[in-house]
Design a binder for this molecule. Sequence first.
Ligand code: HEC
Ligand code: HEC
Length: 203
Amino acid sequence: MIAAALLATLGMQAARADAPAGDPARGARIAYTCLGCHGIPDYRNAYPNYHVPKIGGQHYGYLVAALGEYRSGARPHPTMRGQASSVSEQDARDVAAYFSSSKPVLSAGKPAGTAPAAAATCVACHGPDGVGILPDYPTLAGQHSDYIEQALKAYRGGKRQNAIMNGMAASLKDEDIRALAEYFSRQSPSLWVPLPPTRVAAR
Ligand code: HEC
Ligand code: HEC
């Protein structure tokens, strides 16, 4: 009873915290540069080679936090560090409001299959359907598997710093990582690639 009340309260706080404090219309204009990479389906990072992550439909709270982590250096990717430090705090909130609410235009449709054993702990935060249960827990459903794979390896090796995820990834073997990445990437409804407005209009 108490636990249920507590969960209900947490849920309400989560909903409030994830209500964008940014302006999506202003964010759409700032997002123009971002779409040069994030708005191209199957666009890849060159060295090492993996897909640019899908950020359409990602949680607002997580997007703001991720941009802060590139600025602080907790996430080392040089291009994204440059991108994140070229936007103000308000710009970051606006652009996050835009990406978290932009219309879905692409999604993965493959069946997810059976969850690998290693996913049992993950779903407590990332959700049984791959949708993060709190605004700070990223949605993984439909994310590119090679991006998930390199993210988990970056946590495991300490290149990407996050107290929770460094611990979670520490004991994962390469084959667990591959299976987890494949599983979450097949979940749907999925994150999407936000196409530039001109291409959306042309569809
Ligand atoms: C030159 C290509 C490029 C541009 C331009 C770019 N990004 Fe990125 N972005 C990437 C790549 C590659 C990654 C993955 C980096 C990593 O592995 O940490 C990424 C990661 C991210 C992430 C983390 C996603 C996640 O799931 O954790 C966010 C948020 C993000 N970008 C937002 C933006 C915003 C906002 C802009 C515009 C201000 C922008 N990006 C511009 C290439 C780009
Ligand atoms: C206690 C909650 C919790 C658990 C359990 C958990 N995660 Fe996470 N996960 C997080 C948080 C918080 C972040 C964001 C960390 C950051 O900002 O870098 C995250 C980030 C991630 C990311 C990066 C996503 C992106 O877009 O860059 C991946 C991939 C991931 N987790 C996979 C997993 C897997 C696989 C497991 C199980 C082995 C797991 N997580 C267990 C909370 C959790």
